[in-house]
Design a binder for this molecule. Sequence first.
Ligand SMILES: Cc1cc2nc3c(=O)[nH]c(=O)nc-3n(C[C@H](O)[C@H](O)[C@H](O)COP(=O)(O)OP(=O)(O)OC[C@H]3O[C@@H](n4cnc5c(N)ncnc54)[C@H](O)[C@@H]3O)c2cc1C
Length: 367
Amino acid sequence: MSRLEIDADVLVLGGGPAGTWAALAAARAGARVVLADKGYCGTSGPTASGGNNLWNVPPGPARERSVQARFEDGGRLSEPAWMYRVLEETHHRVDELAGADHRFPSGDDGREVRTSLQVPEYMRRMRRRVHRAGVTILDHSPALELLTTGDGIVSGAAGLQRQNGYAPWSVRAGAVVVATGGCAFLSGSFGTNVDTGDGLLMAAEVGASFSGMEFSTAYALAPAWSGHSKGLMMQFATYYDADGRTLGDGGFSARGAAMAHLAAGRPVYARLDRARPDIRAAMRTSQPNYFLPLDKAGIDPFTQKYPVRAVLEGTVRGTGGIRVAGTDCADRRPAGRRRAPSSDSCRSTPCRCDAATGAARRVCRTA
Ligand SMILES: Cc1cc2nc3c(=O)[nH]c(=O)nc-3n(C[C@H](O)[C@H](O)[C@H](O)COP(=O)(O)OP(=O)(O)OC[C@H]3O[C@@H](n4cnc5c(N)ncnc54)[C@H](O)[C@@H]3O)c2cc1C
C-alpha cells in the first residue's frame, strides 16, 4: 500500500463525457493533467452504459426553431444563450468525433445520422484519446474531499485507491474540474450506481452554491423489471391503466398522467405504438439496451403492453448543478467575499443542459 502524491496543473474529478472532454481540452492547451475516476474511466457512469441521443442541430433555421421550442416548453425559464452554446459545442465535438473515425448510424439515404452515439464505443475511444494526450488517469480512485489552501482556495483533492489497498492519493493542482455527474443516489437507474452526488457535496463543503436543481427530471419511466429509463423512447408510448384505458394524450405529454397514476399506487402499462413502422428499426439500432429486457421477456413493445415503473434519476439528467457564474466559467464574486465562512473560493461552471458530448462541465479553480 503506497501513498500517491502528484502535482498537476489541472485535476479532473470524474471520467464521464464531461471529465474526459475537459481533460482533453486542458492537455491540448499544454497543461499537466490528472483525471481521477471512482470507477474505470471509459466504462463508468450512465453515458458509458447506454446509447445516447444527441441534441445536435446544425446552425441555421432548424437550430433557431429547436431553441425556441425548448424555451417555450420550459416555460421561458431557461437561457437561450446557454442552449446555443451547448448546441455549438456539441456540433463541433460531434464533427471532431466523426473526423476521428467514430461511426454513426446511416439513414435511409445512406448518409450519416449524427444524433446518437453508441456510447460504450464512444467512451472507450474517449479514454484512449485522453490517455494519448498524456493525461495521468487514476482509475478506481474516488475523490473524497477537495483540498483548500489556508485562505479557503481550492487547491486539489484527495481520495483513496480502491485497487491498492485503499491507499490515499492526493493531487495538488492549479485548477480542479468537478465532473462527477449528478445524484441518483443508489436508485438502480441505468449506469448511475456511481452517481452519488459526491462532487456536489464536496463543492458544497467548500462553499459552492447551486442552481437549477429543482428543474432536473427527478423520475423517469422504465420497464418494470429494468432500470433503463430512456426518455426518448417514451415519446412514442401510449400509456394504459390496468383496465386498458388510455392515460393522457400519449407521448411526452402523457407522462404526467402516467406518473400520477403510479404515484397513487396503480399499475401503468406502456406500448410504443406511436412509433411509425419505418422508424422502429432505427429505434432499436440507436438504443439497443432499451429493448434487451423486453426481448428477453418475449415482449414486442411496439405491439404489446408492458408494465412500467418510476425510477429515480435525481439530477443526473443534468439541468441542475454547481452554480454557473459567467460564460468563461469563472466566479465573479468580489475577492473580499472569498474568505466567508462558507468559502466562495469555488468558481463553478455547471451544466444547464444534458450533453453526452460533455459540452457542459463543472469547474472549481484556484484564484
Ligand atoms: C437512463 C439515462 C438515459 C440518458 N439518456 C441520455 C441521452 O439520450 N442523451 C443525453 O445527452 N443524455 C442522456 N442522459 C444523461 C447523461 O447520461 C448525462 O448528462 C451525462 O452522463 C453527464 O455526463 P458527466 O460526465 O457529467 O457525468 P457521468 O457520465 O455521470 O460521469 C460521472 C463520472 O464521475 C465518476 N465519479 C463519481 N463520483 C466520483 C468521485 N467521488 N471521485 C471520482 N470520480 C467520481 C463516475 O465514476 C463517472 O465516471 C441519460 C441519463 C440516464 C440516467
